[in-house]
Design a protein around this ligand. Structure first.
Ligand SMILES: [Fe+2]
Length: 395
């Protein structure tokens, strides 16, 4: 059967379509608290009957055009169980429910995409490569024209951003406005108190240290925000000055090293929310969060390291010394030469990176030795990962 016919038959929702490595269901086995599904590639999924009833895909439970759940939670009977569960001739799992005779049909690809066994969660976890200074020999890059004009180029860019936390776009035009056009390929620009885009150049009477020629230690931008921007873009338009190398460091890799060497320091940073703050005449933006955020599995999700935005600590006195020592241990790790990737960003290159993972900095430069102009903007991660998922759908 042609792919197009299949889509029409099942549902327009792409979660229902067979993927590239589609393995059909070959069997079903119903037990008291578990519906076992067997796939042709040898995988076995374990679904709770209540989970299946709760996720019923019939048109009265799941809107076939909106692709959203419309079944009322309170209409779900927690005691319901399948009166029968069989693989239909069309390859779908068909369940007749004991309580009310309701019928649910689940396409194999949908069950596979939503299977929640450990192996399935692992199979779907995005590939993440932690790196150190050795990345210099094989840094992730994409070509500007490919990114702007092709689906594969755009997918490659976002995939590298998600995997490595950074990617350099090469051979971009050296003019203003290019960075926002490239970023918009990924998603909406994230507006901040800097505006939707900004330029970084040395200028007199700076209101922010980023606009001076002094060294900028590696940091995460806007750690004072409730959600610091996800993907940051910095486009080099002119760079004749001497010095001013860019520095990138994988905060996830450094945090994991810290966890291995000094677990108490890691735990303190992960468990002590502290305030970061930006204030000027118009703004006073504050947020309290841990320096290292981990998910419920203990996997590092984001860092907030920005010395300029640290508010005075307001933690119990007995924690002040251990906290500052722990933060020093993290920063020492982040600044270790074996962790840092240092390079000169050339005109026509766009440095893109996951701001909450990869810290960025800049060596000092001599503003009298030549011009230096960068333009930047942000796009949030949910936009980027959404774009990647859509691009990765089977065509
Ligand atoms: Fe910055």
């Amino acid at each position: 059967m042609a792919a197009v016919e299949k889509r029409v038959r099942l549902n327009a929702d792409p979660d229902f379509w067979p993927g590239k490595d589609h393995a059909p269901m070959t069997g079903v086995d119903v037990r008291e608290d578990c519906v076992k599904i067997f796939w042709a590639d040898g995988r076995v999924g374990h679904f709770h009957p209540l989970w299946l009833r709760d996720n019923c895909l019939s048109p009265s439970c799941y809107h076939p055009e909106a692709w959203e759940k419309i079944q009322d939670l309170l209409a779900v009977d927690p005691e319901d169980r399948p009166a029968s569960a069989v693989l239909g001739a069309d390859g779908e799992l068909e369940i007749h429910w004991a309580s009310d005779g309701h019928v649910s049909r689940f396409p194999g690809p949908w069950l596979r995409r939503n299977c929640y066994d450990d192996w399935a969660l692992e199979e779907r976890r995005p590939h993440r490569v932690l790196w150190d200074a050795a990345i210099a020999g094989e840094r992730p890059e994409v070509d500007f024209t490919a990114v702007m004009q092709t689906r594969d180029g755009l997918r490659d860019w976002i995939y590298k951003l998600r995997t490595y936390g950074f990617c350099i776009v090469t051979d971009a035009p050296k003019r203003s406005g290019v960075v926002t056009a490239a970023a918009r390929r990924i998603g909406f620009l994230r507006e901040t108190h800097f505006g939707t885009d900004y330029s970084v150049e040395s200028k007199p009477n700076p209101e922010n240290v980023a606009y001076t020629a002094i060294e900028l230690k590696t940091h995460n931008d806007l750690s004072n925000c409730e959600a610091p921007p996800g993907i940051q873009f910095l486009h080099c338009i002119e760079f004749e000055a001497t010095g001013g190398e860019s520095i990138l460091v994988d905060g996830f890799a450094a945090s994991e090293k810290l966890r291995g060497m000094d677990p108490d320091a890691f735990d303190l940073l992960a468990q002590t929310p502290v305030v970061a703050r930006f204030h000027d005449y118009d703004w006073d933006i504050r947020h309290r969060a841990p320096t290292i955020a981990v998910d419920h599995n203990g996997v590092v999700q984001e860092l907030r390291v920005n010395r300029q935005l640290e508010a005075p600590l307001d933690i119990p006195n007995e924690k002040v010394k251990p906290f500052i020592k722990a933060k020093q241990a993290l920063v020492r790790m982040l600044r270790a030469p074996e962790q840092e990737y240092r390079f000169k960003l050339r005109p026509g290159e766009i440095m893109s990176f996951h701001n909450r993972r990869v810290l960025h900095g800049r060596a000092a430069f001599d503003p009298n030795s030549g011009r230096r102009k960068l333009e930047g903007c942000y796009v949030d991660c949910d936009q980027a990962w959404s774009r990647l998922r859509v691009l990765e759908r089977a065509e």
